[in-house]
Design a protein. Structure first.
Length: 441
């Protein structure tokens, strides 16, 4: 019998609370507080030291110093002209599909009449300036460029900047495919900087000899490693952030209709990202569980990133979870709140109606997570670590703020004035009431 490379968790006969299930399905340990101690001096150095400190930190961590912090437009255009034509067409199609989906997320203005002469209008206004972060470690992520930039553009953000780490093999510039994707999207403010120092540069801006090299941003979005996540936590409040992205994760709810080879392939596809990526199969079918265990061993051995995948599948964050029935499987899935959730069941549409907590939900055999990563049109920047219980993935709304515009006539204010004054006194804030009385002195 082939030895399994993934652990089992047997929940049969147990009906637990959301917290109970959550605690039995641990994720990889990510020590953000320890990372904060590493990034705090980097952040402070960039804040005080400007361009010189930023480049010095980058050279120490990335092993290369770019010729300039901002990537020249000619370098962007050269990267686009040298891009493989087939890949260029695929990237353009990904952009087209993302625009179709995200265009429908835009919000209009609404005006509500509260009383005669009194109304509240809500307008959705884009943030002034956004910094997108695109990682450049184990893999190249032109898809992340698309997922960040497209909703920001459709939200109407007037100023968009993007940062990605400099590459030794690319003469100190970010990966050429990332640069080419920026050019395809019309983003020409691109910086060769990575890690916590890039987040700090976006937060405080970069100046040299009194000249602005990079203006501060209002919001930073995009995934990154633990040090990027720690920097976003440290700087939250100075800037807005989308989330502190943790290790990627996939959960698959599957019944006897699922095919073991497809389930295994999908688990491996996310395990490929990182040794601490999480892969979870939740099933009421012991025969499927056993078949998936065999397939995982066989398929992992044949993959390019065998060691990384086997480490992820063998980690505490990954498991095959046995349950009594589909209802319990869906309860477990809701408790876990996966970044990516696949429903490989007989009636995925019906099952999806019971899902409340997930970053994105993929229905049936022909909607695997890999499709969502690249060409479904949906966004793949999603909440991790259980944050899907309270947070959503990146969207046009991420870049919009709802502003209320209050318009009351003299008559409408007079009708409610006494009530406002009484309310203010009840809160021991008499000056609030006096601001109303002043209108009628």
């Amino acid at each position: 019998m082939t030895a399994s490379i993934i652990r089992r968790v047997d929940l049969r006969g147990q009906r637990l609370s959301k917290r109970g299930y959550f605690e039995l399905l641990p994720r990889a340990v990510v020590d953000i507080p320890a990372a904060l101690k590493v990034v705090e001096p980097i952040i402070e150095g960039v804040k005080k030291g400007g361009l010189r400190e930023l480049l010095a930190v980058g050279e120490r961590l990335d092993g290369v110093r770019p010729k300039s912090l901002r990537v020249p437009n000619q370098v962007l255009q050269d990267a686009l002209s040298q891009l493989d034509p087939e890949l260029r067409n695929i990237l353009k199609e990904s952009i087209r599909r993302a625009r179709i989906v995200h265009k429908e997320q835009r919000r209009g203005e609404t005006t509500v009449r509260v009383v005669d002469g009194g109304s509240v209008e809500e307008r959705w206004v884009p943030v002034d300036r956004v910094g997108h972060y695109v990682p450049g470690g184990r893999a190249v992520y032109p898809s992340s460029v698309i997922m960040n930039v497209v909703p920001a553009q459709l939200a109407g953000v007037p100023s968009i900047a993007l940062a990605s780490p400099p590459q030794v093999e690319n003469d100190g510039w970010p990966n050429p495919t990332i640069l080419a994707t920026c050019a395809l999207l019309g983003v020409d403010e691109v910086y060769a900087m990575g890690g916590a120092q890039a987040i700090a540069a976006f937060a405080y801006g970069v100046r040299e000899a009194g000249e602005s090299i990079c203006e501060p941003v209002d919001l930073v979005t995009g995934p990154g490693n633990i040090y990027v996540a720690a920097a976003k936590r440290a700087l939250r409040g100075v800037i807005g952030i989308d989330s502190e992205a943790g290790p990627t994760e996939i959960a698959i709810v599957a019944d006897r209709s699922a095919r073991a080879n497809e389930v295994a392939a999908d688990l491996i596809s996310q395990a490929e990202h990182d040794t601490i990526a999480a892969a979870l199969l939740i099933t009421p079918d012991p025969e499927l569980a056993a078949a998936v265990e065999v397939e995982l061993v066989l398929r992992a051995a044949r993959t390019k990133h065998k060691e990384r995948i086997e480490a992820a599948l063998g980690g505490v964050q990954s498991a095959i979870v046995l349950v009594d029935d589909l209802d319990q499987a869906l309860d477990v899935a809701n408790a876990y709140a996966a970044e990516h959730l696949e429903l490989l069941v007989e009636d995925p549409s019906s099952a999806s109606r019971k899902i409340r907590n997930a970053g994105a939900v993929f229905l049936g055999r022909f909607a695997p997570v890999s499709l969502g990563d690249y060409l479904a049109g949906s966004n793949h920047v999603l909440p991790t670590g259980g944050c899907a219980c309270h947070s959503s993935g990146l969207s046009v709304q991420t870049f919009l703020r709802g502003l209320h515009f209050i318009d009351y006539s003299q008559r409408a204010l007079r009708e409610i004035a006494a009530s406002v004054i009484t309310f203010a006194r009840a809160e021991d804030l008499p000056a609030h009431g006096e601001a109303i009385e002043a209108r009628f002195e």
